[in-house]
Design a protein around this ligand. Structure first.
Ligand code: ZN
Length: 175
């Protein structure tokens, strides 16, 4: 196995991998399954409801979600595509595990349909509204290098400017 999954950790802004367009997963291997399992661990340790592969340093088109605490709700989305979005844009406060201390109202459509591949290599289609539809859109953005920083209102951009600058300068100090 090329990747030591136990070494995967959360990647914090402004890491370059968060700004890349992630690449399709060509085959669902044991390595992919191990990465997904580690992502659920990291998501839970950090009280997240979703986590995208770039957030653990892998430029892969894969994310995991669980908007409840029930492990039966764990779901892995490989090469996901949001095929339809419905409803009027609604603002709702979002955070991001790669942007600690930053929260902002992000406008998204309330209903989404997603097509993705699961860990057995089977394609599935799901339609949801509410929180899960929002999480899909947030995580799908990660696969395209888009962060909530890009979707904030000008007012939230001002309000979070100091926190963003602090993340940027602490990254410089660690280089
Ligand atoms: Zn995020």
């Amino acid at each position: 196995m090329a990747i030591d999954v136990s070494k995967l950790q959360l990647v914090i802004y402004p890491a370059a991998v968060l700004r890349q367009r992630a690449k399709p997963v060509t085959e669902v291997t044991d390595e992919v399954r191990a990465v997904a399992a580690r992502m659920f661990e990291l998501m839970r340790e950090n009280d997240g409801v979703g986590l995208a592969a770039p957030q653990v340093g892998l430029p892969w088109r894969l994310f995991v979600t669980n908007s409840k605490q029930d492990k039966d709700e764990d779901r892995v989305y490989i090469n996901p595509r949001i095929v339809s979005l419905e409803g009027d844009l609604e603002p709702y406060e979002e955070g991001c595990l790669s942007l600690p201390e930053i929260r902002a109202d992000i406008r998204r459509q309330p209903r989404a349909t997603i097509v993705a591949t699961d860990l057995e290599g089977r394609e599935f289609t799901l339609t949801h509204d509410g929180l899960l539809a929002r999480v899909w859109q947030h995580e799908q953005d990660h696969l395209d290098g888009i962060l909530i920083l890009n979707r904030m209102t000008p007012l939230d951009r001002l309000a979070t400017r100091r926190a963003v600058k602090e993340l940027e300068s602490s990254a410089v100090m660690h280089e």
